[in-house]
Design a protein around this ligand. Sequence first.
Ligand code: GLP
Length: 240
Amino acid sequence: MAEVVIVENAAAAGALVAQEIVELLDRKADAVLGLATGSTPLGVYKALAQRVEGRDLSQVRGFALDEYVGLDPAHPESYRSVITREVVEPLGLDPARVHVPNGSDETIQHAGADYEAAIEAAGGVDLQILGIGTDGHIGFNEPGSSFASRTRVKTLTEQTREDNARFFDSIDQVPRHCITQGLGTILRARHLVLLAFGEGKAQAIADAVEGPVSAILPASAIQLHEHATVVVDEAAASKL
Ligand code: GLP
């Protein structure tokens, strides 16, 4: 059963989760953070950057949830670029310690296994930040993903491509494939923090928190986790 925290807005959620991360870093200077992309976690990264200003975070390790396949890593919307811009640079992290799945076509065959091995070698993720898709996906685990799945290549649904088209000039430029941590990978993190804001996420949140645990709603996997926190505003909580 996930703990649900209702906050006033995204800024309040950012402050709350940033505080949680600061406490983790106080206990463990080389903590392993699970990083999500999308617009939802940006407030967390912003609040965290303010709180850790001047602090040496060079020991911190990070693992992003997912990446597009076949998009040049230098493309501004590759998740490698997004994580560099929104997390690594503002927090002053060591880029060599922050990993993003490798979506290059040449290495894609073993990229999933390599990524799992890197997470394992780091001792697992301490705190995993999660957003949620309108169809209930986490990472890029679309409906139907196995709860035991590990990092692998997936096909994006049309819904997700449409949702993400706003980051590109047109939907034609949104990649069709991605590489994502599996639900099984995500469930191994020691603490899950799922964030959602706005009415558009209300149904997905209600299904994730109170619906049946089902692969049809990938985020419902959080109900199987012993330490999952859901941070939502009133609008995203409105169907709970
Ligand atoms: C993408 C990401 C997810 C994210 C989702 C929601 O599909 N792969 O990790 O949770 O978008 O995005 P947003 O936070 O912008 O609503």
